[in-house]
Write a protein that binds this ligand. Structure first.
Ligand SMILES: C[S@@+](CC[C@H](N)C(=O)[O-])C[C@H]1O[C@@H](n2cnc3c(N)ncnc32)[C@H](O)[C@@H]1O
Length: 226
């Protein structure tokens, strides 16, 4: 059984319908990616085209004062620490902007050049790349932030340090198009790695966050087995 610690939820200002894109297709893709890692050129094109088209309005419809409260709460109550941090699927860096300076090395990445080229002032160094195959060495990340972003479990496992963690945030909880429950995040990682993961989770208003770590932190063998 998955080890999940649920912390009390705290109040927050809900996003309501602000910035909502009712997109059942993105939920379907989210579940495909987390389920068996389904991802191909056709999906890359579909997802990139969608977010390129949303990019010009992204900041205006989502950059409100409490936008980053769930992520900042996850970092604090999830006891997230480490020097090398990537926010993947960072969009226009509404959150990344608030994270610069908190970590020694912080980079934001996204598949959509449209999103990155509309990045807010104060954005960190940006990389346009596909999260299913990151240009990173094995085990270099202390923290991987995924906010309203797909979970490529095998690639997460490859890039994450043995004692690293994944910060998973859904700004509108289960209403978020790209949403997985805490249990589903853990299940995806466990299925991809064949080993146990543990999580701490909570809510801030309608948002949910989960911080996930390997249950065992011994050195990994080459193929990922422990
Ligand atoms: C729903 S938006 C979230 C943006 C930002 N995290 C936020 O909460 O405002 C999802 C983002 O993930 C990016 N994305 C989707 N698939 C990706 C992939 N395979 N690699 C990197 N980024 C990806 C999209 O381009 C988009 O910017």
């Amino acid at each position: 059984m998955a080890m999940i610690e649920e912390l009390p939820g705290i109040d927050g200002v809900d996003e309501g319908t602000r910035g909502t894109v009712v997109n059942h297709r993105m939920r379907e893709v989210t579940e495909l990616v987390a389920g068996d890692g389904t991802w191909d050129d056709s999906l890359v094109g579909e997802v990139r085209t969608l977010f390129d088209s949303l990019a010009p309005e992204w900041t205006a419809t989502r950059d409100h004062p409490t936008r980053n409260a769930p992520l900042l709460d996850a970092l604090e109550r999830g006891a997230v620490a480490g020097g090398t941090v990537l926010e993947l699927g960072a969009g226009t860096c509404i959150s990344a902007r608030d994270l610069v300076g908190r970590f020694d090395r912080f980079v934001a990445a996204d598949l959509s050049w449209g999103m990155l080229s509309n990045a807010v002032d104060g954005a960190p160094p940006l990389v346009c790349t596909d999260g299913s195959s990151l240009p990173l060495a094995d085990g270099v990340l202390d923290v991987l932030i995924l906010q309203n972003m797909f979970l490529f479990a095998a690639e997460v496992d490859r890039c994450l340090a043995d004692d690293g963690c994944v910060v998973w945030v859904n700004s509108r909880g289960p209403e978020t198009p790209i949403h997985l429950s805490c249990e589903a995040v853990v299940a995806s990682l466990e299925a991809a790695t064949g080993s146990g993961w543990r999580a701490v989770t909570s809510t801030v208003g309608e948002a949910m966050w989960t911080v996930v770590r390997r249950a065992a932190t011994g050195p990994r063998l080459r193929n990922g087995a422990r």
